[in-house]
Design a protein around this ligand. Sequence first.
Ligand code: SF4
Length: 68
Amino acid sequence: MTAELFVHARVCRGTGLCRAMAPALFDLGPDGKARILRTAVSDPEELALVQDIADCCPTEAIALESSA
Ligand code: SF4
């Protein structure tokens, strides 16, 4: 399975939690909001990690959409 990773910038509060948990996938932009470094995620362990991060995000700003 491949999934597309999204961050809803309007609801992100810039906690940096996602970047701390997966610095290869998330960073914080100059606006202080989360920024995606790579949108396509297909590795099962990485998918599980991203799902954990999405569950931990305090504003539910992270979304994964199945693309294949
Ligand atoms: S964990 Fe959620 S609120 Fe915090 S920076 Fe990442 S997307 Fe934004």
